[in-house]
Design a protein around this ligand. Structure first.
Ligand code: PMP
Length: 388
């Protein structure tokens, strides 16, 4: 029996063999000609994936939280006002982080499974003098997706910098950073970007870079300070050697490979594939009578799903059964309802086989735990979507 299990959590995900081979290749010098080319290529390709030809990309060793920290540390000065639009756990994290840098933070918190209405955001922007706002494209704790375009436009209308936490969305959900006028789009390597954990990735608008350049006080975080990293990114973009902190050489090599795979598929086709897979999961859960956290399909993420356990089913036993069937899923994350739901990641390289295997395992395990449903109904519902 195959001992390796399929990792279907919302990050880290399953990685392509070519990406893992790049990770395992002999490590080169960070100033070797081939590595300089690799780094430069990765920066160029990020701009394409983010749809931001005018943006400044950064690749820095660290997790997604470092990407959030880079935005907060560089753009906040003591006393600045920040608006945090929260759709779950990661919105709260951004609020905590910005406060560390001295921001006066106001949180607009959506009810669980919903988004903050645009009118409420506009009202807040009208009535106070915010320097920036943050929002989460897909909150990984709720699987709620926010539409970034209107918020980007509001930021421009009220001259407020917009920071999008795209950790669970970039390369899985549609993003047009320049067109939508979003100032920072940040992510991490281990999700839809398709590279093992360890890289903080972000693209920053010209406007946000100029706000940063005009800071009156030094950035309070030495490692995160763009003054240290901007010359490095510029050097690699110009295919020149440079050094501030040793880059994660193998991860950057893996990133080049993964970004190539992403662009070969094409962004439009990739987003469509994620939409179809997400819809297949939703139809499968509906057929089994499972309720989802997002309150309607328009706010459902395409990168993960978050269904509630059915009445009378013990979550821990269900996840254990599913793991015995060869599929690793994640439990709940939002503290208020943590024990009531589970999460399935379906982003990056996910294919039809992964989807059907996962749904089959969920369906069979639910039955073992006592949930009544017609055998095969969920796989059938998913297939109907996948075959369209
Ligand atoms: N934001 C979102 C939306 C996330 O999903 C995560 C990670 N799950 C983070 C931020 C933090 O990223 P990391 O765990 O890589 O620090």
């Amino acid at each position: 029996m195959k001992r390796r299990k399929l990792l279907m959590i919302p990050g880290p995900i399953e990685f392509e063999p070519e990406v893992l081979r790049a990770l395992g290749a002999p490590t080169t010098s960070h100033v070797a000609a081939n590595f300089i080319e690799t780094f430069g290529n990765a920066l160029d390709m990020m701009k394409k994936v983010w749809n931001s030809p005018s943006g400044q990309p950064f690749i820095i060793a660290g997790s997604g939280t470092l990407a959030m920290d880079l935005a907060g540390a560089n753009l906040i000065e003591h006393g600045d006002k920040a608006l945090v639009i929260s759709t779950g756990y990661f919105g709260e994290r951004f609020a905590d982080l910005l406060k560390r840098y001295g921001a006066q933070v106001t949180i607009l918190k959506a009810p669980i499974g919903q988004v903050v209405p645009e009118a409420e955001i506009e009202n807040a922007l009208k009535n106070d003098n915010y320097k920036l706002l943050t929002f989460t494209h897909v909150d990984t704790s709720t699987a709620v997706k926010v539409d970034p375009e209107p918020i980007g436009k509001l930021g421009q209308k009220y001259n407020v910098l917009t920071i999008l936490d795209g950790v669970c969305s970039v390369a899985g959900e549609e993003i047009k950073q320049d067109e939508w006028g979003i100032d920072v789009v940040l992510t991490a390597s281990q999700k839809a970007i398709g590279v093992p954990p360890g890289l903080a990735l972000l693209v920053v608008s010209e406007k946000a870079m100029s706000v940063w350049k005009k800071r009156k006080t030094p950035v309070a975080n030495y490692y995160a300070d763009w003054s240290n990293w901007l010359p490095i990114m510029n050097a690699y973009a110009d295919r020149k050697p440079s050094y501030f902190g040793t880059p994660a050489v193998n991860l950057v090599a893996a990133l080049e490979v993964s970004l190539k795979i992403i662009l070969e598929e094409g962004m439009a086709a990739r987003i469509k594939r994620h939409e179809k897979v997400a819809q297949a999961f939703r139809e499968a859960f509906r057929s089994l009578g499972l309720k989802m956290i997002p309150q309607n399909d328009t706010v459902c993420a395409n990168t993960l799903s978050a269904p509630y356990y059915p009445e009378g089913i013990d979550g821990a036993s269900l996840l254990k059964e599913i793991a015995n069937a060869g599929i690793i899923l994640a439990g709940g994350l939002l503290p208020e309802i943590k024990g009531n739901y589970f999460r399935i990641g379906h982003m990056g390289s996910v294919n039809q086989g992964d989807v059907l295997a996962t749904i089959g395992a969920i369906e069979a395990s639910l039955q073992k735990c006592g949930h009544q449903a017609e055998p095969g109904i969920a796989v059938g519902a998913a297939l109907k979507v996948l075959n369209q």
